[in-house]
Design a protein around this ligand. Structure first.
Ligand SMILES: [Mg+2]
Length: 378
């Protein structure tokens, strides 16, 4: 089936409140979606990581003329040739978000064109549902550390009341507040005490620390039964390897890495205990699936990073269906109307379980009226 049109669709929505991780305050959500339509009218949707700017121009002006007329079921060949084409043009880097958005849209359109779910096309499913962990506990704009402790503890108890048995919290306060690693450790202790010992707890520093500080924090949370410490240092593979030699808490990372070859270095240099590729920034469903296979061959669990719209969530679930071992779904619990409302039949949790759909393509239909209401160019 030939591809007829490729369109970049910019979405943006301001949020009612602001919240922060170690790197930035978040007051809006913005996505560059990809819409691919075949000659018979089959439509596939993809999503790029990052701002609309850059993604949109590359898709419309650079990728679309090349992709038009190609077969929608040549997904992996198109992925590889697009990577090479972009590398040749930009030399020192590949705009991987563009590759990701195109790849997800192609898989969705391919699946819909043959009436099969993407997980079936990828080789079949290990599971029909997955355990979801609640991502949240972002920083709020407060004056007193005790106020933040109280807000984060209340939020954690709320996720547990909603049925979640695993939580991930943010640490790395020093970029925004007059507080540092000791308060970060204290904040983890606050959540552990709020939810008790039966809940799995993870922490995410969004690469806030240098190696020495990351060691200090890893040591400080050692008695809090933290399942993994995510992005402790800047995403340089050597930094991870050096840190990992000296800490006992398992180290996780991957949302800032892309493609099989980079994760191959991560694994061969023993840089992470868990790898977390993101379908919208690691090279789409194709690359995320390859990374998961590579990780499995090294006896390392792949736990995809998910922090996007309804499309990223649906695409991640299709990959998770195919990952060996015990993957979990990162289930973003922060306010995001584009995640909650974009699909006509939204993917939701039942306690700590999310069903993985076995419907054509990514398993969702986009609500076109809602899409129009989010359009940044409308
Ligand atoms: Mg993270």
């Amino acid at each position: 089936m030939e591809i007829e049109t490729i369109e970049a669709v910019p979405l943006r929505r301001e949020l009612d409140g602001t919240f922060a991780n170690a790197q930035k305050w978040i007051d809006s959500r913005e996505y560059c979606l990809v819409r691919i339509e075949t000659v018979d009218g089959t439509v596939g949707w993809g999503e790029c990581w990052g701002p609309v700017a850059g993604n949109r121009e590359l898709i419309e002006e650079y990728v679309a003329p090349w992709l038009t007329g190609q077969r929608v079921d040549d997904v992996e060949r198109i992925h590889d040739e697009l990577v090479f084409k972009l590398r040749s043009s930009y030399h020192s880097f590949v705009p991987v978000s563009v590759v990701s958005g195109i790849d997800i849209a192609l898989w969705d359109a391919y699946g819909k064109s043959v009436d099969r779910s993407v997980s079936r096309l990828l080789g079949g499913r290990y599971r029909e549902e997955v355990r979801a962990y609640a991502t949240g506990h972002f920083f709020r704009d407060v004056e007193e550390f005790e106020t933040l402790q109280s807000i984060i503890a209340d939020e954690a108890r709320g996720h547990v009341d909603a049925g979640f048995t695993a939580l991930k919290q943010k640490i790395g306060l020093s970029g925004h507040f007059p507080w540092g690693p000791e308060e970060d450790i204290e904040l983890v202790r606050t959540v552990r005490e709020a939810v008790g010992d039966e809940i799995d707890l993870m922490v995410d520093a969004n690469h806030a620390y240098d190696i020495a500080t990351a060691k200090r924090v890893a040591c400080g949370i050692e008695d809090l039964d933290v399942r993994f410490f995510e992005e402790p240092v800047r995403p340089e593979i050597a930094y991870y390897s050096r840190l990992k030699e000296d800490v006992t808490v398992p180290i996780a990372g991957g949302e800032s890495w892309a493609f099989q070859h980079e994760f191959n270095r991560v694994l061969s240099e023993n840089a992470a205990d868990y790898v977390q590729p993101d379908v919208t920034s690691a090279g789409g469903i194709t690359s995320t699936e390859r990374v998961a296979t590579l990780a499995d061959s090294e006896n390392v669990q792949c736990l995809p990073h998910v922090f996007g719209s309804a499309i990223a969530l649906a695409a991640s679930l299709q990959v998770i269906a195919t990952i060996p071992g015990e993957p979990m779904l990162e289930f973003d619990r922060t306010p995001n109307p584009i995640r909650e409302d974009l699909a006509a039949d939204p993917i939701t949790n039942d306690g700590d379980v999310v069903r993985i759909r076995d419907r054509p393509g990514l398993g969702i239909e986009i609500d076109e009226a809602v899409l129009e209401s989010f359009r940044a160019d409308g």
